[in-house]
Design a binder for this molecule. Structure first.
Ligand code: F0G
Length: 417
């Protein structure tokens, strides 16, 4: 039985008021002694736990480390991640007909995705544990962030990528920041199988979202949303709609809100409803939620234009399924065409995102049309990566340039004046 309650006695394994606990069997683990990703007792997922949970007054400064009081370490390997904008999106708000809509644009992080929030914490913990080589499997963004944060920490980085399925901008980032890049003849899930095995053998330190410390960094998305939404509207949002790949953010946002409940900042019934969106060609989480299952079944064949979320087995499902259920949320699949339409709609409001990010807005539209999201709701859509991550997809969704002769009159003619 999954136990996500945060209160309880401080175990002997705690260091500086921090420890890891298994979400299934409750086994507790010392946080910084050796690399630990899963429960040695039952094999389930671990979660960071704290002696103290803080209300919003405990936070000052800007970015991820504004929330240092809620972090497992005092400071990070930082490139000034976090403090991303919470945008209005008037056209989409009017068209979908919800009471309030904001876009939390994580593409505005240093390497252009939310992954930076997890890496600032995870790479710092790697230093503290004293590991050598850092590694991840990635659909692209994790590799870009790991390469940059690894470089910043002067550590060797190894990234495993599904061959031919990673967007151009992400490859360029991993390459320039100096990661050892290996393209595997397989899917993301195959890459993760390999890198997990390397981690178990002690060859590398794993920085996929299976690493509980990464999710501690990513929980600051939730903390920022609450503070910014309160600031802009005076309210806590009713619902957060987000793209789902490995379901790390789904788990991390829920963690943020559970901590705010523990600190008596939020009432239980004020926690935003978590709503996950997957691409129809890679939707094992939607299948599990819609069929009422407690576990996901791996999809061996996955395909979508939103390559960032081209994932057949969301590793954080044991945390994310209860997160969606306990908040009264749901999960929905959207077609690639719906994703591209949402990417264009966001662009029309001046917000440039990669395809996976647009899935959140596509999901909002679908659930609103189906009447599952109400007209009275205050909604935040999470957009996870920047438009320039996948220039090919952006160019395909936009229009082509027109070639004109080298003259003012030709330019005026072509510009339609
Ligand atoms: N959006 C983008 C742009 C992503 O890169 C990812 C995951 C997700 C959404 C899904 O987030 O896993 O928390 O549900 N990208 C990983 C990577 C898998 O390797 O870059 P999640």
């Amino acid at each position: 039985m999954t136990d996500l309650s945060l209160s309880g006695p401080v175990p002997d394994e705690a260091t500086d008021g921090v420890w890891l606990a298994c979400i299934e069997c409750g086994e507790t683990v010392a946080p910084f002694e050796e690399p630990t990703y899963k429960c040695a007792n039952c094999g389930s997922l671990l979660e960071a736990r704290y002696e103290d949970y803080h209300d919003l007054d405990a936070f000052s400064g800007s970015g991820v480390w504004r929330y240092d009081a809620a972090m497992p370490v005092d400071d990070g390997v930082t490139i000034q991640e976090g403090n991303t904008p919470l945008y209005e999106a008037p056209t989409i708000e009017a068209e979908t007909g919800v009471a309030d809509l904001r876009i939390k644009h994580e593409g505005m992080n240093p390497t252009g995705s939310f992954k930076d929030r997890g890496m600032t914490v995870g790479v710092r913990v790697a230093e503290r544990i004293g590991v050598g080589r850092l590694a991840c499997a990635s659909t692209g963004n994790t590799s870009a962030a790991l390469a940059a944060y690894g470089a910043r920490a002067d550590k060797e980085t190894l990234v495993l990528l599904p061959e031919g399925k990673v967007a151009e901008g992400k490859l360029a980032q991993a390459s320039l920041h100096g990661a050892t890049m290996l393209e595997v003849d397989g899917n993301f899930d195959d890459c993760l199988d390999i890198v997990s095995e390397l981690a178990d053998r002690g060859e590398v330190y794993l920085l996929n979202s299976l690493n509980p410390f990464r999710l501690e960094g990513q929980k600051t998305i939730g903390l920022e949303i609450i503070e910014q939404f309160l600031d802009q509207t005076g309210d806590v949002p009713d619902r957060i709609v987000l793209p789902v790949g490995n379901a790390g953010n789904t788990a991390a946002l829920h963690k943020a809100f559970r901590e705010l409940v523990e600190a008596e900042v939020l009432e239980d019934d004020e926690v935003p409803v978590l709503t996950g969106v997957q691409a129809a060609g890679a939707a094992p989480m939607v299948e599990a939620i819609q069929e009422g299952n407690d576990t996901v079944t791996r999809w061996e064949d996955v395909e979508t234009r939103a390559t960032a979320i081209r994932i057949g087995e969301p590793v954080n499902a044991p945390k994310a399924i209860p997160a969606i259920r306990q908040t009264g949320g749901t999960a929905v699949a959207v077609e690639d065409e719906e994703i591209t339409r949402a990417q264009r709609d966001l662009a029309a409001d001046g917000i440039g995102v990669e395809p996976a990010s647009a899935a959140s807005v596509a999901g909002l539209r679908k659930l609103r049309t189906a009447g599952e999201i109400g007209a009275d709701e205050q909604v935040v859509c999470l957009t996870t990566g920047h438009l320039l991550k996948d220039p090919e997809a952006a160019a395909a969704a936009g229009s082509d340039p027109q070639t004109v002769p080298n003259s003012v009159s030709a330019v005026l003619d072509a510009a339609g004046d």
